[in-house]
Write a protein that binds this ligand. Structure first.
Ligand code: DOR
Length: 394
């Protein structure tokens, strides 16, 4: 059995042992590892508003299938959770249908339009933090006021950093693949320029600030420097940015997400940053769309891929088994680090994986309604055997 959980909490390890014994799982088998419940601070569960893509029920089941005990949902919904009334619709669905902790982000601005601040104060008791994920907050003054408000409420801002004036109609990385295949590229500057701006605002306001889905090496360096100078900043990256690059692109919508897959240098900088702690945590940016929406190639497909059911096995196979990061660091980045930063309670939550078991990723077997993943067909190691949420098997 993995030492990770044993070291983390002996009592939990003991209760875990009983649960696993009851399920016929032989924990004396050295290949079977018990981990603390994972926490994903960036998912799209699409309800209310887009239940044809995913629901809280299917999304939370997908999370449990991936070993997650908690997920934080992004507010690009309909209605956008920008008031208590709108948020209540989402909370009611979560209360009814979620099988693990589903913790919503409130929007930073009304309708995620980037203009008027949402009712941050009213929503504050019910949300994990504030985000306008899906788009960047273009107006620096709006972001400054949002940070001041978040600071006064003791809440975190989780920022999707994207300067739309630099995106220029792009939809994959502005690099060799885009040039060779006649696609319009998204430059890395559209990400790091807004991070650069926000770091100044976070330094000035003292707000707890978190950067979503970091994909570019320049962003990594800015965040590294900001941490050194004492800014209250953390960040996440996603499994695909740590394992794939533009060299893996195919003319297929399952390779399309925002931000896009970038270069091997960017990927390597992210792995190094995960190792040295500049990248604090791993979040999936699980973003399900319908089969039809993902069937229009790189140019026409919707942005976003699913990730909850593949994150651990993909990262274990590609980063841990190859010696790029340790198993302890991977598990920390998927559970302890997000739980601490976002104050998520994962006590009494754990999962068991058999790290010797390999299988082929088959999206048709997903609990998620989303099927688009660049990892389709990959052989991965790390089969989940069980997820326990607050003492109950889910
Ligand atoms: O790929 C993405 N999909 N990036 C985003 O920022 C939004 C997300 C979505 O909601 O589908």
């Amino acid at each position: 059995m993995s030492l990770i959980l044993k070291a983390a909490n002996n009592i939990l390890a003991h209760s875990a042992q009983i649960v696993f014994k009851n399920h016929g799982i032989d924990i004396s088998n050295p290949d079977i590892h018990i981990f603390p419940g994972f926490a994903d601070v960036h998912v799209h569960l699409r309800e209310p508003g887009f239940s044809f893509k995913e629901t809280v029920k299917t999304g939370s089941r997908a999370a449990a299938a991936g070993g997650y005990a908690a997920v934080c949902t992004m507010p690009n919904l309909d209605p956008v959770p920008d008031s208590v009334e709108h948020l209540k619709k989402q909370l009611d669905i979560i209360e009814r249908d979620a099988c693990i902790s589903v913790l919503p982000f409130g929007a930073i601005t009304v309708g995620e339009k980037g203009e008027t601040l949402s009712d941050m104060e009213g929503m504050s008791p019910y949300v994990v933090g504030f985000s306008d994920d899906g788009r960047g907050v273009a107006d620096a003054d709006v972001m400054r006021r949002a940070m001041e408000k978040a600071k006064s409420l003791n809440k975190i801002i989780s920022a999707h950093c994207e300067d739309m004036t630099l995106v220029n109609g792009g939809y994959i990385h502005a690099g060799a693949y885009a040039r060779a295949h006649g696609h319009t590229g998204i430059p890395s500057s559209s990400e790091w320029r807004q991070i650069e701006r926000d770091i100044e605002l976070a330094a000035a306001t003292g707000c707890a600030y978190h950067v979503c889905h970091v994909s570019a090496k320049e962003s990594v360096e800015l965040i590294r420097q900001a941490k050194r100078s004492g800014v209250d900043i953390t960040c996440e990256t996603a499994p695909h940015y740590l394992t794939l690059t533009e060299n893996d692109l195919k003319e297929d919508g399952r390779f399309k997400m925002n931000p896009p897959l970038r270069t091997p240098d960017d990927r390597d900088a992210l792995i190094e940053a995960l190792r040295d702690g500049t990248v604090d945590m791993i979040a999936t940016d699980h973003a399900p769309h319908t089969r039809e929406e993902k069937s229009r190639g790189l140019r026409g497909s919707a942005m976003g891929i699913v990730g909850l059911e593949t994150a651990f096995p993909v990262l274990y196979t590609r980063l841990v088994k190859t010696g790029k990061i340790t198993l302890e660091r991977l598990v920390e980045a998927m559970s302890d680090a997000p739980a601490k930063r976002f104050k998520i309670d994962i006590s009494g939550c754990f999962s068991a994986f058999d790290l010797s078991k390999s299988y082929r990723i088959d999206p048709e077997k997903f609990e998620s309604m989303g099927r688009a993943t660049p990892f389709e067909g990959d052989i991965v190691y790390g089969k989940r055997l069980l997820t326990v949420y607050k003492g109950e098997t889910v």
